[in-house]
Write a protein that binds this ligand. Structure first.
Ligand code: SF4
Ligand code: SF4
Length: 215
């Protein structure tokens, strides 16, 4: 059964839990909505984001070796997970800044998402952004009450696949053109995650050095 009843309650529970990736076409619309140039928008509201996953070396993917990462990031990964992979699949991206409370910078209490009409696909698809088969969404996202409401039946497989396709397209573009050609501007600080867990902060030079293997 791939259909599922769902109705987003716009409660904002997902807006305080995750780093949200914005993609090049999306950021232009978000900047327009905020009345800012895309450059200012990216510098003011985003952080660098390097998401790493342990994998064997694989052609056709964005790969980062541990020798390219700052030592303190490698140390943090090893301390947390008990091992340090030689290679990682990497997703270098830009994410929205978050408040100390965890909330996305565009969330306002009582108002909700202030860029709702231009919010990223990731937000539109949530919680159906996992492509793992047989995900128990209610167990994985117990805070998401949209899953308790009976509304139009949606295909979570279609939504997950849409999200997956968009991320793959973005990674292909990075491989083809390089991070600094894909983005008009970027902030000077950010974070590294390994398998969804924070591994530490990273500066612009370190970030670009880590993905120097890209064109
Ligand atoms: S997707 Fe779920 S958690 Fe997020 S705002 Fe909608 S109901 Fe709340
Ligand atoms: S962009 Fe909007 S919907 Fe997405 S996390 Fe931020 S506040 Fe929530």
């Amino acid at each position: 059964m791939e259909g599922m009843h769902f109705k987003c309650q716009q409660c904002g529970e997902c807006c305080k839990r995750y780093y949200v990736v914005t993609l090049p076409g999306e950021a232009a619309k978000q900047a327009e909505l905020k009345g800012e140039t895309e450059r200012d928008f990216l510098k003011n509201h985003t952080r660098l984001f390097l998401h790493l996953f342990a994998r064997e070396y694989s052609e056709g993917k964005i790969m980062v070796s541990n020798a390219m990462l700052p030592k303190r990031i490698c140390d943090a990964i090893e301390a947390e997970h008990g091992f340090l992979p030689n290679f990682f699949i990497a997703v270098p991206a830009l994410v929205f800044k978050r408040e100390e409370s965890g909330y996305c910078t565009f969330y306002r209490q009582g108002e909700g998402c202030t860029i709702y009409n231009a919010r990223p696909l990731e937000c539109k698809c949530f919680p159906f952004i996992s492509i793992r088969p047989n995900t128990d969404y209610k167990k994985e996202y117990p805070f998401c009450h949209g899953l308790e409401y009976r509304d139009e039946k949606i295909s979570y497989v279609d939504m997950s696949f849409l999200h997956f396709k968009q991320m793959r397209k973005y990674c292909d573009l990075l491989r083809e053109k390089g991070f600094t050609s894909v983005w008009k501007a970027w902030p000077n600080k950010g974070v590294v995650l390994f398998e969804n867990k924070l591994a530490g902060e990273i500066g612009e030079e370190e970030f670009l050095g880590s993905i120097a293997g890209l064109k």
